[in-house]
Design a protein around this ligand. Structure first.
Ligand SMILES: NC(=O)c1ccc[n+]([C@@H]2O[C@H](COP(=O)([O-])OP(=O)(O)OC[C@H]3O[C@@H](n4cnc5c(N)ncnc54)[C@H](O)[C@@H]3O)[C@@H](O)[C@H]2O)c1
Length: 328
């Protein structure tokens, strides 16, 4: 199969591209290379990289020539950044998704929109299914929900062969260190404070990135157009427990933990039922304990990947956001 992978130079997209190339697919990546998109993420992956935004109709049309399907990972993905500066989120999720859908409609190819459990909002008890109402609470999740609705409308209105995968919290190699797990791992390795939002009892459903990538590939091949598939991980865990496990894996103690002012509107708990995609034959393979140990090892061993990030713009972002310095 020949695939156009939009946002394929980011965390999940690059893991997906690597997996598909290993399976024998031909992959073209289209990526704007924002701060989160890096050529390094695709090192050793035999694919073509087109540097452009998904909102660039001409570049999209060119990249789409001859492909069998499009998988869209391209997004602004950090909730904190969406609170400070929502404009890029609206541009990429609304306008960018629309441009892709128009191109896909013209080319009559299959389309998978990669979305998030955050579109359902927070749930105290129980678990979200694909028919749960959308109740996003941040500019990030609201614009992702808007993109999902646009995707569904193209199926209903034009018969576009489009489907949606909503993932839970991913972790694993190549994740930009502003996100909880790599942030805590790198800070712990450096002996820096671990900034925990509020009481740290926010619960997330964690999925190892290779499992999520495989779930998207599975829905791409076996899913039905017009359908939504939740692709969640096998384990739920409060942030404080995640941090505790990271401290243990890095040989640090709790004195590094620093509670900081909670994120405005911070969702307490996400929980996904993935029965529908499991019924298609997919299941996650990596439990949290194993995946987290692998992730810590990866960051420990790949200093050349994160050193330029920690010494570049990220350092200024971090210091502005948390009001404290990063160690060397
Ligand atoms: N990380 C998670 O835990 C998680 C969970 C569920 C769903 N998702 C979804 O998965 C997708 C990928 O997330 P990620 O964590 O890999 O994000 P990421 O921030 O690591 O990567 C996003 C990629 O998209 C690219 N990009 C951004 N705007 C673009 C544009 N306008 N045109 C082209 N490329 C653009 C960036 O350069 C980057 O390579 C997103 O759609 C996200 O909403 C992520």
């Amino acid at each position: 199969m020949k695939l156009l992978v939009c946002g394929g130079a980011g965390f999940i997209g690059s893991n997906f591209a690597r997996q598909r190339v290993e399976r024998g697919d031909q992959v073209v990546v289209l990526d704007k290379l924002t701060y989160a998109g890096r050529r390094e993420n695709l090192e050793g992956v035999d694919c073509e990289l087109v540097v452009a935004g998904i909102e660039d109709a001409e570049a999209v049309r060119g990249a789409l020539a001859g492909v069998d399907a499009v998988v869209n990972f391209a997004a602004e993905t950090h909730v904190d950044r969406s609170i400070a500066q929502p404009d890029a989120f609206v541009q990429t999720h609304a306008v960018g998704t629309w441009v892709l859908l128009e191109a896909v409609r013209e080319a009559s190819v299959r389309y998978v929109q990669v979305s998030t459990d955050e579109v359902y909002g927070s749930i105290e008890e129980g678990t979200f299914t694909e028919s749960s109402p959308l109740a996003p609470s941040s500019p990030y999740s609201a614009t992702k929900a808007g993109a999902d609705l646009l995707v569904s409308s193209y199926f209903h209105t034009y018969g576009t062969e489009a489907l949606i995968c909503r993932g839970s919290n991913n972790y694993g190699p190549f994740q930009y260190p502003e996100k909880l797990i790599p942030l805590m791992v790198l800070n712990a390795l450096h002996g820096d404070a671990l900034p925990v939002y509020g009481d740290g009892m926010q619960v997330r459903n964690w999925i190892y990135v290779e499992d999520f990538a495989a779930g998207i590939g599975h829905a791409l091949e076996h899913g039905a157009p017009g359908e939504v598939y939740n692709v969640g991980g096998p384990d739920e865990c409060p942030n404080m427990e995640v941090v505790g496990r990271i401290l243990a894996l890095t040989g640090r103690d709790e004195s590094l933990i620093e509670h900081v002012t909670d994120r405005p509107g911070h969702d307490r708990r996400y929980s996904l039922s993935s029965e529908k995609v499991r019924a298609l034959g997919w299941e996650p393979r990596v439990r949290f304990e194993e995946g987290l140990a692998r992730t810590v090892d990866w960051y420990r061993e790949n200093t050349a990947w994160w050193e330029p990030i920690r010494s570049g713009d990220y350092r200024a972002y971090y210091e502005r956001h948390y009001g404290r310095a990063l160690g060397g």
